[in-house]
Every structure is written in C-alpha cells, then in structure tokens.
Design a protein around this ligand. Structure first.
Ligand SMILES: [Zn+2]
Length: 355
C-alpha cells in the first residue's frame, strides 16, 4: 500500500499494540516523503523509484548505480537526502515493505520448491529439472548445471500488508464501510450489493459478524514486460480488499500485489455455472495431475465411464477448496481478468525485481 506518512498517522497504534518495527516504518515513511533537496519537486521516494526503474531498464550494474549516486550527491544542493549506495537504496525499499520471497517452481507448473520440497532438484511429478541446463551438458553432470532456476515466482507476504492497512486510522475505518457506510437501495455499486455476498454472509455468520474480517478479490492478467518479447509474459496477481468503498477498492494504493508469476498461460474460465457443492462432489474422486505431458496424455484417454469422464473434465481440485467457506462462494470462478495499465507497475515492478 502506497500510503503517505500523513495517512499512516499511527493513531491506531495503542489499541493494536504495534511494536518497534512499526515505529521504524513510520519513521521511514516520513523520511522518504521528504523532498529530494529543499525546493525539489521530487520526494526522495519518487526520485529513487525512477532511478531504480532506469537501472533495471538499462541493465546498469550495482556498482555503476552507486557511482551515479555519488556524483548526484555531489551535484545536488545542500540538504539533499539521497542514499550513498545501491545497497542503501535497496534497503530503503525493502524496509518500506516491498520485500518479497523468491520461490522456485516447476517449469510445467506442477509444484513449487517449498517446505519439504525445498531441497529437491527436480519436479516430483513430471521430473523436469529445477535449474536450467547448459546446452550439450548431460543431466547428471553437476558441474554443467547452472544455478539459474527454470521458473521463479515472487510472493509478497500478505499479513504485513494487511497490518499496515489497519495501521492507518482512516483506512481502518474504511475497511468497515461494507457494513457501516453502505447504502442498501438495491442499486449495484459494489460486490456487497450482490446476491453472492449476501448468501456468503448467511452461510458464515461468525465471519460476517466482524466487519473488519477481510474480503479479498483476486485479479490477474498477463503482460509482456519486455515489449520486444512476445513469448514471455508475466502474470501479476493482485488482491483487492472489498471491505473498502467502491471509490477506494479499485484504486492503486489499496491494491495488494500478491505474487508475480512468469509464464504464458491465462487462468481458464468455467463454461457452465455449477455450485461449489456440485463441483466439490465431482472433485471427490479426482486425482490431481500435474505437468503438461501428463495432462496431454490423460486428455487422449477414452471417455468410457463416468469416473473417467469426471477425471477428464477436471485436472485438479483447486487448493481453494481447502478453505472452509470456498464451496459456498458463488463467484469462485470469477477470476477477474483485468487490463493492467503498464504504469501501475512502473513504480513498483521494475524497482523491486532487482532489489
Ligand atoms: Zn513438473
């Protein structure tokens, strides 16, 4: 959440029991909102983001970036606030909460290398190798194996983002809007006006009782970060807090970047509406299959009995069915394919990828 120091007033601090880390965040937010130098139209933050963006676009080395900072510090008027090195710049962005975890994944999307699979060197389903191989190198020759992962996804931890949302007194009040500020006049302005929202509340009264319980929408779309490369696309996954009023929940500062996935595939849409319970029933006997090869083979099988038919329709049981309420969610399938303006990412994407 790109919230200004002013909005992050910390007035919720007492009742939420925030710690030293939070105080540090407030201090840092104040610091980056300062002018680059007295009278500058850039804040330190906006200038640093532009500079890191240029670094990434043009492939500047970390050393050349530090050298440029040194020169700029010398040229700028007294009172300038630039950090001394690339390392310090990176630290500022990291401390502001744009930190992410890099997780390796199977190039065929079967699994991620995480927890008990974190040390594996090949996919346990399709056997694809975790690291890229150099041309001509044999699979078993470790000296020829690169340390370049075949596929990586970047995960931005959600809890600190939500905590920071509730740190702002203003935003935290707005998170109760869907109950307290909402006019019920039958006009559809927000997901809270819909049948799906009402049905969900009826089925999960405990969850619905506290208006601060967070309701997230998930949206994704692919874009090509390097315009010359058509074959490469990147899928940012964005979470939208639907507790907020319509004039805020779709605004960039409140959208939460959750993951960035490298890959060419769009999420599939469902052709026919089934209830969650109907789908769960169909999925009961479905064995999850992973990997492009295995999926292609299974589709060629004869549809000779009902079990086979079901297995052919469903490739896997969505992990979301592990959530207690998922079967009651009427708009499970509505992964909103949105059109992400490239500039939404200009400020964060290029900056964080190298940090
Ligand atoms: Zn695999």
């Amino acid at each position: 959440m790109d919230t200004s120091a002013e909005e992050f007033d910390g007035s919720n601090q007492d009742n939420m029991g925030f710690d030293k880390k939070t105080e540090e965040l407030f201090r840092l937010l104040k610091e980056v909102e300062r002018e680059l130098y007295p009278g500058s139209k850039y804040s330190l933050h906006s200038f640093l983001v532009r500079l890191l963006h240029l670094k990434r676009l043009n492939g500047w080395s970390n050393k050349s970036f530090s050298m440029l900072l040194e020169l700029l510090k010398d040229v700028l008027p007294e009172g300038e606030t630039l950090p001394k090195s690339f390392y310090d710049s990176k630290k500022i962005i990291k401390d502001l909460g744009l930190e992410y975890k890099k997780i390796h994944a199977c190039p065929n999307d079967c699994m991620i290398y995480w927890n008990e699979t974190k040390d594996r060197t090949s996919c346990k389903f399709c056997k694809a190798l975790r690291y890229k191989q150099f041309k001509g190198a044999s699979v078993n020759s470790s000296s020829e194996t690169s340390n370049i992962p075949s596929k990586v996804f970047r995960y931005f931890p959600l809890i600190p983002r939500l905590q920071r949302l509730f740190m702002s007194a203003k935003a935290s009040n707005q998170m109760r809007w869907h109950v307290e500020g909402h006019t019920r006049d039958g006009v559809m302005r927000h997901p809270a006006d819909g049948i799906a929202w009402r049905k969900f509340d009826e089925a999960h009264t405990d969850f619905a009782r506290d208006p601060q319980n967070v309701r997230l929408g998930l949206a994704s779309d692919g874009f090509s970060p390097l315009s010359m490369s058509i074959s490469h696309s990147t899928w940012p996954v964005i979470l939208i807090p639907y507790n907020l009023p319509p004039w805020l929940c779709m605004k960039q500062p409140y959208m939460i970047l959750s993951t960035i996935i490298d890959g060419p595939h769009a999420p599939d849409g469902a052709p026919k509406r089934l209830t969650g319970i109907e789908i769960l029933k169909q999925l009961n006997n479905v064995k999850n299959k992973f990997g492009k090869d295995l999926l292609a083979k299974s589709r060629k099988r004869k549809w000779d009995d009902v079990d086979n038919l079901v297995q052919n329709i469903w490739n896997k049981k969505s992990i979301f069915f592990g959530l207690e309420y998922w079967k009651d969610n009427m708009i499970r399938h509505n992964l909103d394919t949105m059109h992400i303006e490239k500039n939404v990412f200009d400020n964060i994407f290029w900056t964080i990828i190298e940090c």
